[in-house]
Design a protein around this ligand. Structure first.
Ligand SMILES: [Zn+2]
Length: 274
């Protein structure tokens, strides 16, 4: 994408983020990696709803300024994503209220409740808290960037990324919409999860359609643990790189379906001699 188009689209997405209340005041930031490797980023301390194209900062992939505008101090989070994901060309970071409520409550968005979300976004893990604009934050995010399209950051907000700016924005929007539906469903008595067989079918479709490749099977959170879908790298089951969720993950045990049936059978005294 050429720089002029990227500038125009960043301003449009900034307005949308503000109008949809994904950010208030000078919150949030947007960036695009240009074809030549330079990064076009929203400026520090500027409302995203009232930016103009000439306000944007330009940096290299290390964050070194290449013009006289100063990028947001949260640019480090964008640069981490560009380094970890060579195909990613745009990043949107915001504090959307429903998604951020999950992040504040210490919850990932990882329940299999909406078929289209399984198809297109996958689950959204929660990175442990790290002080914004410091290495602390990027180090907590690093292990999660590779296999997910979007992340929550504990007690902070959300970030989504994609092959272009509209894909990054769409993913942020899906994240927020999913969080809102999950909260509303809870008010109505609780969401009902899709069964494992349905999840398996959706994962098959999303891989064939190219919405989310096999890396999605290695997602550190959520519903894949309940299915027979195999994670090729073993990362998911090793969970070596995934941080434990701060509140709801305490004491969580992962069992295969067989192990669970075995355990339940034993408990019910249904096994021979049991
Ligand atoms: Zn932020």
């Amino acid at each position: 994408m050429d720089e002029q188009t990227a500038r125009r689209e960043i301003v449009r997405v900034g307005k949308l983020m503000y109008e949809r209340s994904y950010v208030v005041s000078s919150d949030g930031n947007i960036s695009v990696r240009l074809d030549d490797g330079r990064v076009l980023a929203t400026p520090t301390q500027t409302g995203k709803g009232r930016m103009t194209e000439d306000m944007l900062a330009v940096t290299d992939l290390e964050g070194k300024p290449l013009n006289d505008r100063r990028a947001s101090s949260e640019l480090a989070m964008h640069l981490l994503i560009y380094r970890e994901r060579p195909e990613v060309r745009a990043v949107c970071h915001a504090h959307p209220p429903h998604g951020s409520a999950f992040a504040v409550a210490g919850l990932a968005i990882d329940k299999p409740i909406l078929s289209e979300v399984i198809l297109t976004l996958g689950c959204v893990p929660l990175a442990e808290y790290g002080t914004p604009s410091t290495d602390e934050l990027t180090e907590k995010m690093r292990p999660l960037v590779k296999n997910h399209h979007a992340l929550l950051m504990a007690n902070h907000g959300a970030v989504a990324y994609g092959a272009d700016l509209w894909q990054a924005f769409d993913r942020l929007e899906t994240l927020e919409h999913t969080a809102k539906i999950a909260i509303l469903a809870r008010v109505l008595g609780g969401a009902r999860d899709l069964p494992p067989e349905s999840i398996e079918k959706l994962i098959d479709i999303r891989e064939r359609a190219g919405y989310l490749d096999e890396r999605g099977r290695c997602q550190a959170c959520g519903y894949l643990h309940e299915t027979q879908v195999v994670c090729a790298t073993g990362e998911r089951d090793g969970r070596a790189t995934a941080p434990p969720a701060p509140s709801n993950g305490a004491g969580k045990i992962n069992l295969t379906r067989e192990e669970l049936i075995e355990l339940l059978s034993q408990a019910a005294g249904l096994r021979a001699g049991g």
